[in-house]
Each structure stands twice: as C-alpha cells, then as structure tokens.
Design a protein around this ligand. Sequence first.
Ligand SMILES: [Zn+2]
Length: 383
Amino acid sequence: MADNATPWKCGAQAFVIENAPICDLDDTENPDSTACAMLLDLPLVPLLSRPLLEPPPSPTPRNFFIADAGIKGAGMFAVELARDIPAGGLILVDRPIAVVPSSVTAEWKREAFDALIPRISPVSREALLALANCKPLEECPVVEGIALTNAFQIDLPVPPLAAAQEYGGVFPNISRANHRCGLNTAIKWDLASFSVSMYALRPVRTGEEIHNQYIDVLATRAERRAQLARYDFECTCPHCDLADEDAVARSDAARAELRDWRQLHPRFLPWSMDMCRPDDTIIDSSLRALDLIEQEGLYGMQVPFIEDVALSYAVLGDESQFREWAQKIVDLCSGQDPTRAAKFARWIENPQSYKEWGWRAKQRLVLDKRKDISDDIDISIPW
Ligand SMILES: [Zn+2]
C-alpha cells in the first residue's frame, strides 16, 4: 500500500495521506490517527504544515441536535431553547473529519480513499461512516461516496499547477444539515483554525430544521432539480414544491432578477452623487430586492441590500432610519464579517463620522434655493 514515502502518482503529480493536527476531545492520545485525514496533492502538504489556531468555541449548551428528518434521512435541528437563535447568531463550529480532492479519476482511487479510513481516529471514523452515501460501492469507494454526498468545498492554498484544484471537507455535524433552496444558515471556512462556523441568516425558531445549500440556489427550479439529481435527491422544499407553473415562473423570475440585480438596477455610488435621480431610488430598489429575498428564502444575499439602504439614509442625513438599518448589519455580521460590523457600529455611535453624511440633503437644499431664486426672476417678455 502506498504511504507518504511512496505516493499515489497521477501523471507528474503525486497524492499522499496526511493527518490534520486535530484531536477528538475524548481521544487525545492516538498516535497513528487524528480526527481528520486528508488526501492531498504533494505540493499542498508543506503549505498546510503549520500550527493551527484554536477555532472559536461552539455555543454551549449546544443549540442544535441531529434527528430523523423523514425521507431526507438524518437532519440538523435547532434545540428547543427558550428563545430563537437570532439572525447572525453562531450555531456551531465544526472541524473536518476528511479532506479529499473534488475529482479523482486515477486507477488507484479506491486504494487511496480506503487508506484514509484507518488514519481517522475511532470517534471521528464512526461519525464519518454514519453519514449518508448516495453512491453505490461498486461505483465509488465509501469515503468518496460520503464526500460526494456531504462534502463542502473548502478553500486551501492550492498551488496553480496542482493536479487537484478543488477540495471538499466532510464535517461531523455541519454535513448533517440537509439542503433547502431557501436556507436559514451560512457557513464560513477559516483556514487558520481549519474550521467552519455556521451562522443563522434569519431568526431560527426552536425546533426548526437547520438547512444548508448544496447547489447554486439562484438557478431555476428545473436546473436545481438537475443539479440535485447527482445527490440522488429530489427537493420537496417550499421553493420547489410549488402549486402550479405560474408559481414556478414567478420563483424562477425572482431568482434570475436577484442573480442579475447589479446589471439591471441603479447602484448606490453613482446614485449618491447624481442629483437628477430621486432621493429614494436606491432605498426603493433595495427594498424590492429584500422582498424577493424573503419570498425565495435567499437570506444569504441580504447584507449588501441592507447596507445600501443604511448608506442611502446616511447620505440623506436621516439619523433614525440610518441607525435602524445599520444595526441590522451589526447584528447580521458580528460573527460572519466582524470588520463590516465594527465599521457600522462606529457609524451608529457617531453618524456624522460617515464622510458623506447628509451630502444629498445639503445638495438638495442648494438646488431648491436656486430654483426659488430662478422662480422669483421675472423672465416674461415685456411686449
Ligand atoms: Zn428545493
């Protein structure tokens, strides 16, 4: 069997199995295995060989549980807590149990994927093998089948000429979240701590199923169904199980409009300096986008539109509306995008510190004054 000394060859490239330096909490003294084994292109190995930062802690007590989700198999649910998980709230932090290239066609594929299993610690191995596998064993080795069913793409520092350009991570908990075409969570991968954090995109009610997306959710229903066929999965979510063809056309049109929004609608920056356009142009168009987002459950897209509404109120000098919308950014982004959250928190504290604060309101005043003056001048012809 190949090992690090005799890697699996793929043309001029070679793959090896490496253990990520992650321990299971209850299995810290296992010398030959860690909580995560990785099948890597050899040039990637030195780029990942560095001490890992500790990931941020998951909320305690746990605010999710795994349970039967009907025909979808197991699923992830919000624990019945006294209150909902708030929009922007951290649901959990998870580290991978297997990292594999997205596509391997070499004849040693089965041998290499099977060799991952003994390199994973018993606790994590049990979690890995408990995950769903939509691929028959004759077609795919078990770990590849599980990865094709459950893995999320993770960004690794892949060298440009590496044999594999994309990698997927299989996670013990987050991989349990089932697909839905309008989702309630977002995940964020952090290479430095080799962990994924899952955040609520809107309030998640107690007991509600926690979803993730496996495919391009801006595609039409027909395209989504075709993409999901590779998971051997027919989506019956409320965004797919629609009453009639009119409802399908309405949903497809909403998703297409959101996909092409920036090409179809005025943008904040040019509007902010263009006094020929009405003051409510961006607010109106962003509110429409937010309505479509709510209709289709595409909450992962809401931040730029909320930001445009907040900044529109900033250039219009409307302090109370600005604070209200800016606070939504702070709540949504404090975990996922802390830099953005901090920027808006500073502006909430002192709105005038936004450098274009009230600019349009001042220009509008000047224009109105000029108009008044020109209205007062008698330009009628005296004969
Ligand atoms: Zn669906």
